[in-house]
Design a protein around this ligand. Structure first.
Ligand code: ATP
Length: 249
């Protein structure tokens, strides 16, 4: 079981127990749990804005995979796409609003602090350098992002640092290029829970299919329509308070 699961079992034992014995067990087991490899997920994106496709998908995968944390990492200057419509500051603030109070989902703003394009390989290298050798790192990619992988900077090195988890994307019908077909043949495993070691393999994960995109949300807002229920209420409140994405912007 993942460290997070063991910790919650331990915490409930410690709270419920009136016996020192259980607390003693907790103190003996705590260092053992701490020594287990960590399981960290990374979901990068423009988050222009963050929406339920990112959040619900990310949370379901984090729970299914028993991740200790899933890091949402907003891109600063995405190399492969148009400049985001709103500032990095606003995109970050919306992601922070969205995950407030959800222990497993954390915001990692390191790409916004770099004064160069957001290359995922750089982020993974930095994260790896902070982790123990046997910690597991999982890069989450929607199917559309996965299909675009061969255009990414140093993409063939990504699996040296992480496993890749591919999320279904019902609103995207991209075809994988040949380079990816070959990679899938060599590196994919059918059961994501069977991914072994710190990285190197690819698995497809099931999450509730949500055909929601940030493009759709920007279009709805620009045409004066509501995006309620497509983004968390706190994100909607931020968009309204700052007049983001409306036609006048
Ligand atoms: P845009 O419409 O502006 O291109 P987006 O909705 O695709 O934005 P991104 O921030 O570009 O959002 O996506 C970040 C990551 O989240 C990518 O890996 C993408 O495939 C994935 N993703 C986005 N929306 C969904 C969704 N509805 N279901 C599953 N994965 C998603």
């Amino acid at each position: 079981p993942a460290r997070s699961t063991l910790w919650s079992v331990m915490a409930s034992c410690a709270v419920r127990s009136r016996f020192d014995l259980v607390n003693l067990k907790a103190s003996v087991l705590a260092p053992i749990i701490e020594a287990l490899p960590r399981r960290i997920g990374v979901l990068g994106g423009t988050f222009d804005p963050v929406h339920i496709g990112h959040l619900r998908g990310g949370l379901e995968v984090a729970e299914m995979m028993g991740l200790d944390e899933l890091r949402l990492t907003p891109n600063a200057r995405p190399p492969h796409r148009d400049t985001p419509q709103v500032s990095a500051h606003d995109r970050l603030a919306m992601v922070e609003c969205a995950v407030a109070g959800v222990a497993t989902l954390v915001v990692d703003a390191r790409e916004l602090q770099r004064d160069k394009p957001s290359y995922t390989i750089d982020t993974l290298e930095l994260m790896r350098a902070e982790m123990a050798a046997d910690d597991q790192l999982f890069l989450l990619l929607g199917w559309d992002a996965f299909c675009g992988l061969p255009t990414w900077h140093r993409w063939e090195e990504l699996l040296q640092h992480c496993h890749i988890l591919v999320l279904q994307r019902p609103d995207a019908d991209s075809e994988p290029p040949d380079a990816l077909r070959n990679l899938l043949a060599a590196r994919s495993v059918s059961d994501p829970l069977a991914l072994k070691g710190p990285g190197g393999q690819i698995a497809f994960v099931w999450q509730t299919p949500l055909a929601v995109s940030a493009t759709q949300i920007r279009q709805l807002l620009a045409s004066g329509k509501s995006v309620r229920y497509l983004v968390p209420d706190a994100v909607l409140a931020y968009i309204d308070a700052h007049g983001l994405y409306r036609a006048s912007n």
